[in-house]
Ligand binder design. Structure first.
Ligand code: MRU
Ligand code: ZN
Length: 210
């Protein structure tokens, strides 16, 4: 008798894995997932919460649909029949916390240099205003003060998750993890990609004009 979940179909997980692989290849092409950095997830079940997340330690530019793991609300691996038991991303716990708190169905984490530099320069948060691209993250182009929160880095995802929750502003779909990278999220993978691209652009703009 297997303890693997039977409610989640392997083909659903592998379909998510295929989408994660496409997005990861795209971000790798931009240079935001160098080495084995970065990870992406998609919610495949809300109750119970289950995320398909990129497997750990792989080159994110050459993922296969099967290079995916399923995790629960604390980033713990969940066995699913027909899905290889690969090690989930080391940061799956933060993905799960983001998905649970924000209701986002997709979470992206990239090591975009501009995010790390901006977090270093403005450790209390990066203030943005009066620029058109803010509309790309659901905010106003004018007279809207937007702060991208910056939280400390930790290898402990419970601790990082707590810091994320403390800093979370429901109007802002991204957070910088200091000395590490950017997390951004959206209603689906394409939306999360657009938010990631717009936030990175906004951070580049801020660094170039400050
Ligand atoms: C280049 S090492 C980066 C890792 O420590 C981590 O921050 C990361 O983004 C990727 O971890 P992973 O476990 O492969 O999802
Ligand atoms: Zn990382």
């Amino acid at each position: 008798m297997s303890s693997a979940e039977t409610t989640l179909a392997a083909d659903r997980v592998h379909a998510a894995g295929a989408r994660l692989a496409v997005e990861a290849a795209r971000f790798t092409g931009i240079g935001w997932m160098r080495g084995t950095s970065g990870n992406i997830s998609e919610v495949v079940s809300r109750d119970p919460l289950r995320l398909a997340v990129t497997a750990s330690g792989l080159d994110k530019g050459e993922l296969l649909p099967t290079d995916v793991a399923v995790v629960g609300p604390r980033g713990e691996a969940v066995a699913v029949e027909g899905v290889l038991p690969l090690r989930p991303s080391a940061e799956a716990g933060l993905h799960a916390r983001v998905a649970a708190l924000t209701d986002a169905d997709a979470v992206v984490h990239v090591h975009a240099l501009n995010a790390v530099v901006a977090g270093h320069r403005w450790p209390g948060g990066v203030l943005l205003r009066d620029v058109e691209t803010l509309k790309g993250i659901g905010r106003l182009a004018h007279d809207d003060e937007v702060t991208i929160p910056v939280i400390r880095n930790s290898q402990d995802m419970d601790e990082l998750g707590d810091w994320f929750e403390a800093a979370y502003d429901p109007r802002t779909p991204a957070v910088i993890v200091a000395d590490h990278g950017l997390y951004a999220w959206g209603t689906d993978l394409k939306h999360a990609r657009h938010v990631t691209e717009c936030v990175e652009w906004l951070l580049a703009y801020k660094l170039a004009t400050a």
